[in-house]
Design a binder for this molecule. Sequence first.
Ligand code: NAP
Length: 350
Amino acid sequence: MANTTSKQWILSDRTTSLPTISGPKPTFTLSTAELPPLQEGQLLVQVRYFSNDAGIRTFISCTVDQERMYVPPVPIGAPMRAGLLGEVLESKSPDFKSGDFVFAGSGSWAEKIVVNAADVQLTPPLPSGLSMTHYLGAFGGTGLTAHVGLLHVAQAKPEHTIVVSAAAGATGSMVVQVAVKLLGAKRVVGIAGGPEKCAWVRDYLGAHACVDYKSPTFKEDLKAATPDEVDIFFDNVGGPVLDGVLARMKRYGVVAVCGSVATYSSDEPMALRNWFEIVSQRLTLKGFFIFDHMDKVPEAREALIKAAAEGRIKVDIEQVVPAKIEEVPNVWIDVLKGVNKGKSVTKLIA
Ligand SMILES: NC(=O)c1ccc[n+]([C@@H]2O[C@H](COP(=O)([O-])OP(=O)(O)OC[C@H]3O[C@@H](n4cnc5c(N)ncnc54)[C@H](OP(=O)(O)O)[C@@H]3O)[C@@H](O)[C@H]2O)c1
């Protein structure tokens, strides 16, 4: 192997607040690692793009006991785990050659990684000149979660009123589009932070309405936006937003619990004033994880790629941020702060 070292970000603290790379207790520290020699069946991969997923926050700290986590947390002292797209530099696998582009769902924040060929997937060129970065967003974890979560887990139907939180984020922006443009749902209402994001969810993504959860009139605005109440709530955030929507759910409605980003960087217990709505309205809460529905993924990916190639859904809703390895955690932390509209991707530059 030519250059055998790589800078990488190590998890150094299980903060329960917003992660940081500075101060007395940084969450991550940068180190330089000697890469192990390639074994049979392994690849040396140069990272090109990182996927900035809100969900990897739960690999650092979470209220769920470590042994009960859906995916094991990252050990202290280990490289921070992240999905990525990379280029094969060297291959000791008959299935890959140098120059191939691959997706690694359990990669790490590093310049180069050594991976087992069995743990990555080839990312063939997409039709209509669509960027391969969409393998991280619209046709990757977030887009697939939106499609499978809405149509299969929540069983959304055209006659439904559907509400989605973090509607301007990577997952939510795809839920809105699948609901409006692929399902043709009767009414689709986004919830997002601030008037500018809400205007984008309505005017660009096509939601019938969008409600600003940061507004003091959130409760009244949500009521006005859901005159027939809510059949399906696709929830990405939990907290006060979930509490507000519970009070608008229709009898026998379904809450598809995708994530709870409002709780990821907080020690506070999640307060739900409207919990009894679940009893009163006979609601169903369906927590789900996309990895349990892998049988639905090929069909969902094909449908999303076809819809994008035909211009029925918009996938130019990604923010590709060029950054050196030194800046990689901060670009991801921006997602937790809500800086992104659509999918956030880091383009690793030298
Ligand atoms: N279950 C699964 O299989 C699965 C798979 C993928 C993702 N997820 C989950 O899906 C959710 C979205 O992930 P993503 O990667 O697509 O991230 P994202 O939506 O692109 O980014 C997170 C968004 O959350 C919003 N947010 C942050 N703090 C908030 C708060 N306190 N209250 C309300 N909204 C807040 C921000 O938007 P605003 O500016 O609008 O606040 C931010 O843009 C996460 O909960 C993640 O864990 C689950």
